[in-house]
Write a protein that binds this ligand. Structure first.
Ligand SMILES: O=C(O)c1nn[nH]c1-c1ccccc1
Ligand SMILES: [Mn+2]
Ligand SMILES: [Mn+2]
Length: 335
């Protein structure tokens, strides 16, 4: 990025050399992105480079400690719906150490502002890693980005050689968070092996693309089911887990419940498996067609960590259809 010069005509936000975005930078970034203008490529590559160095050093599962008088807001899939992301910060306040957020994967693909969503979330994380936590979703993977739009979006907005850098950064994202030792968060769901312990997740090598099977794939792809036991995935990847699996996993690992995302819900959230499996989805009117609400969960120790759902509607966005940059075959197929 050092070789990319920024001309005087550039009117967008400028990043300081230590690559620590200020609140003012983040406010300017929102103004720039909302006007559908660009963050300069020098700053995009600078942020990606520094973020990669920092993410690489993080564990695969990260402990979050929410103070007794504090809170954590957990959001689910945002899928490039930038204007709805801005609405979350308008409804619930901007990220700060007193108002921290966990975004639980699937930042990109489907919606056509994946770059803006991810650079905004990354900017807040670089501003202060205590105000923003990011989980890898199954859409932070090469195969999905090639099919569902983000590869095309990055090529269009950043250039032909940028996607590889995003892939490397996506591979370095944590895949699970443990809140106050009692709540586990992942994008998809539970690993398909019995007697799995939290340490097995901590020891995972995450610096790769998820394969056809395995614990990393399950954490990014699995879904809950109502029937006991395990079932075949409707997606063709990983599998489904029943209420008994969730109860046993929570019991063995001293957890109250798990939070996951990965599935659209009519209200944006759902509590299943007797309150031990919460789903949170934060892309309202998904793909401009589902009509669903979005939601985010407020987690407070003074509410005994019981999630408080907050539902919200989609907001207006500029005329740019979903999957704008995807392979036209995918757009035609309405996939
Ligand atoms: O794109 C989505 O809706 C999505 N979000 N998480 N997983 C998927 C998905 C996975 C496979 C095929 C289609 C969608
Ligand atoms: Mn998703
Ligand atoms: Mn997903």
């Amino acid at each position: 990025y050092e070789n990319i010069t920024v001309s005087d005509s550039y009117k967008g936000p400028r990043l300081n050399e230590n690559c620590q975005p200020t609140v003012e930078f983040m406010e300017q970034l929102e103004t720039t992105f909302k006007a559908q203008k660009e963050l300069h490529k020098r700053y995009i590559f600078h942020m990606l480079t520094i973020a990669l160095e920092k993410f690489r050093k993080l564990p695969t599962m990260i402990d979050i400690s929410v103070p007794d008088d504090g809170k954590l807001t957990v959001c689910g899939d945002t899928h490039g719906q930038y204007y709805d992301l801005c609405n979350i910060f308008k409804l619930n306040g901007p990220p700060s150490p007193e108002n921290p957020y966990l975004f639980n994967g699937d930042f990109v693909d489907r919606g056509s502002w994946g770059l803006e969503v991810f650079m905004t979330l990354l900017g807040w994380w670089l501003h202060d890693p205590k105000c923003m936590y990011l989980t890898r979703g199954n859409h932070e993977t090469k195969n999905m980005n090639e099919l569902y739009g983000f590869e095309g979006e990055v090529k269009h907005k950043v250039g032909p050689n940028a996607f590889r850098t995003f892939q490397t950064l996506f591979q370095s994202l944590p895949v699970a968070y443990l809140i106050n030792k009692r709540v586990l968060v992942m994008h998809g769901g539970l690993p398909m092996v019995d007697n799995i312990e939290l340490d097995d997740i901590r020891k995972l090598d995450r610096f790769c693309e998820p394969g056809e099977a395995g614990t990393l794939t399950d954490l990014l792809w699995a879904d809950p089911q109502d029937a006991p036991g395990r079932g075949t995935s409707k997606r063709g990847t990983s599998a489904q887990f029943g209420p008994d699996i969730t109860a046993e996993f929570c019991k063995q690992n001293g957890l109250d419940y798990i939070i996951r995302s990965h599935e659209v819900k009519e209200k944006g959230w759902e509590s299943a498996h007797n309150g031990k499996c919460w789903t949170i989805f934060s892309a309202p009117n998904y793909c401009d067609q589902r009509g669903n609400d979005g939601a985010y969960l407020t987690i407070r120790p003074d509410n005994n960590l019981v999630p408080i759902p907050n539902e919200f509607k989609a907001v207006e966005h500029p005329p740019c259809q979903p999957m704008m940059y995807a392979n036209p075959m995918m757009r035609m197929a309405g996939l």
